[in-house]
Design a protein. Structure first.
Length: 274
């Protein structure tokens, strides 16, 4: 009997561990995140440590960010495919682990390297900012697995959006103090209770279009196209504006809902009074 049970377990395990199409896309997400770290190291950090003080190499920086954008595309589509088809029993865990690599480790490492190569940056302070970004993503993903929110919304800035906002802040080349404050503010938004809409339907199409446009801006900047620097700064600034405006709209909506509830409560009490 024990031998028969072992044989049954051997037959069942491959079925439970078989990857679905959605899981394959999720692994593509993790691969892009790892390669973003690779290009940040080989194209930016190592040349700097070897004596090339030219700052952040455009091609490598653009490649690393484009890989994070590709990871965001994989993250967008694996959810859509999982809802349409199916996901394996380990799909949720794969998604969280891949997001941690692509939207936690990769942008945090990007901030760390920025603190090492930028002339006006403070390496140790930048390291603290990088740790805060990483921990914010860890906490956000852990809370996502444990907390149930109303359908169609995220609680806190989604980690892909937060990662792209962090790297946009770095690429804007603001003064170090402003850069650090903006990065810390983004990390706080990721662990906040501000509600963000899930990318479905038209919003998913808009997000995909924005990612493709961002890739084009990065490519123009990397190849030093006419106006490439201005185009990149405009795109990064728009990313920051979206990161700031969505919480304002969410806060305004919550305040209006609170006021409406209080007004309805007062009206209900007034109607009960003879």
């Amino acid at each position: 009997m024990p031998e028969a049970d072992d044989a049954d377990d051997e037959e069942e395990m491959p079925l439970s561990l078989r990857l679905s199409i959605a899981d394959t896309l999720t692994l593509g997400n993790a691969t892009c995140g790892f390669m973003a770290v690779y290009f940040t190291t080989t194209g930016i950090l190592i040349p700097h440590l070897s004596g090339d003080d030219s700052g952040m190499a455009r091609n490598s920086a653009a490649t690393a960010v484009i890989l994070m954008l590709c990871a965001a595309v994989f993250d967008l589509f694996d959810g859509l495919v999982a809802r349409k088809l199916r996901s394996s029993p380990m799909g949720a865990e794969l998604d969280n682990l891949s997001d941690l690599i692509s939207f936690g480790l990769a942008p945090a490492y990007f901030v760390l390297v920025y603190g090492m190569v930028a002339r006006d940056a403070h390496e140790r302070v930048a390291a603290v900012g990088a740790i805060v970004v990483l921990l914010a993503v860890v906490l956000r993903l852990a809370r996502f697995s444990c907390v149930t929110v109303k359908d169609g919304t995220f609680q806190g800035m989604p980690s892909p959006f937060g990662a792209l906002t962090v790297v946009s802040i770095v690429l804007l080349e603001l003064p170090f103090e402003a850069t650090l404050l903006a990065i810390l503010g983004t990390a706080w938004l990721m662990v906040s209770r501000v509600e963000y809409p899930k990318p479905r339907g038209r919003l998913a199409v808009a997000m995909l279009s924005w990612i493709v446009l961002s890739m084009g801006l990065l490519a123009a900047w990397a190849f030093d196209a006419p106006g490439g620097q201005l185009l990149l700064q405009t795109g990064c600034a728009l990313q920051l504006v979206m990161g700031a405006v969505i919480p304002l709209f969410a806060t305004a909506r919550r305040v209006n809902t609170f006021r409406d509830n209080r007004r309805e409560s007062r009206e209900a009490r007034a109607a009960q009074i003879p």
